[in-house]
Design a binder for this molecule. Sequence first.
Ligand code: ADP
Ligand code: MG
Length: 242
Amino acid sequence: MSEEVKARKKMIEVRNLKKIYRMGDEKIKAVDDVSFDVLDGDFCCLIGTSGSGKSTILNLLAGIEKATSGDIILRGKNITRMSEARLAGFRQSSLGFVFQSYNLIGTMTALENVELPLIFKREKRKVRRKKSEEMLKKVGLEKRMDHKPSEMSGGQQQRVGIARAFVAKPKIIFADEPTGNLDTKTTVEVMTLIKQMARENHQTIVMVTHDPTLTEYADKVIRISDGKIVETKINQAADAAV
Ligand code: ADP
Ligand code: MG
């Protein structure tokens, strides 16, 4: 069988996922029985208005929050049944994150920020340096390696965030409104970068956004409203957006 027709594996399987927040007597169904799959190497976009439950879904998938019920299977492993210690190890070995507010460490240089995931993976200092420098070159920041976040523009800070998310080559990358604080031109640059890097390394992406113009980058677009999936679209022409 040729590569093209071989069925791709499911990298992410979400089954009947629920998250209920209790606020005094009130119950908020932030995620209300959500099920979906993401195939290996696909770019999946969760779109919806503010408060629809997108970030909660992403945080559950990333193991940052605990589900009320349901299953989340990443790379064939059910993370809802993992111990905290195993989950922490799994996150370090398999997952990467890009945040809206970049979440860089202010006292560290760009290079030191990018090195962090490799320190957690116990890579040797020399290897760490080399990989991080290469990654910063890739995102166009070879001249900003020794800059601290406060000495960079928002777009540059997010490029550092992307370099940090990809440097350890995680199989899955989660991004929550990664361009939410950026202007239109920088948004296109950052989105193109994320997509190119993921395609190059055959990584799977789940990105959350409220911006409909960003859905063109995705292979699969899932619309969320009031904690539920209301529409799923497969975008055959997603490669045209790179
Ligand atoms: P989105 O990312 O789509 O804007 P969220 O996932 O942040 O939406 O929120 C979904 C719903 O859950 C909202 O009604 C929000 O107020 C509520 N919510 C989110 N986090 C909490 C929390 N920690 N405690 C109580 N309610 C929460
Ligand atoms: Mg959100």
